[in-house]
Design a protein around this ligand. Sequence first.
Ligand code: PNS
Length: 165
Amino acid sequence: MKRAVYPGSFDPVTFGHLDVIRRASEMFDVLVVSVLNNKVKSPLFSVEERVKILKEATKDIPNVQVDSFSGLLINYAAEHNMHVAVRGLRAITDFEYELQIAQTNRKLSGGALDTVFLTTSLEYAYLSSSSVKEIASFGGDISECVPDFVAELMKEKYGSEFISE
Ligand code: PNS
């Protein structure tokens, strides 16, 4: 059984991530979407909240599982019998960063963890969790960026100035 991991911060999950999840889920028997528990960043949503959001957003894709991890991806992947990491590429700027991580992971794991890149669908190429948070924090419209229930949760986080329409 071919198991792959899609690691990330997902703070919050966007339509760009969901596009990658859907397409990757068709390539592997099981796709584990795993939220990095990164103590350094100060996220908008807690790891538990992000896991819950991802479960809701992917509930219609039967072979997608949602989890979280701490520490090195290569250790987490080895412990869960996963030998492929999936990442989305929006632009050449992503590629430089992603290439370095992919090569590091392959080297550190002795070849056990390889990375498969999916190019983000063009309609989502501009999307990032950071820009979605910035737009939401100023009350902008994020209805084309995240599922409605995520926009609602962001509205609660940012308070009453937020306008979703
Ligand atoms: O959504 P993000 O924040 O771009 O995801 C980055 C992520 C989670 C893929 C990356 O930071 C990661 O895998 N971190 C775990 C720590 C690790 O394994 N680092 C070694 C690679 S340099």
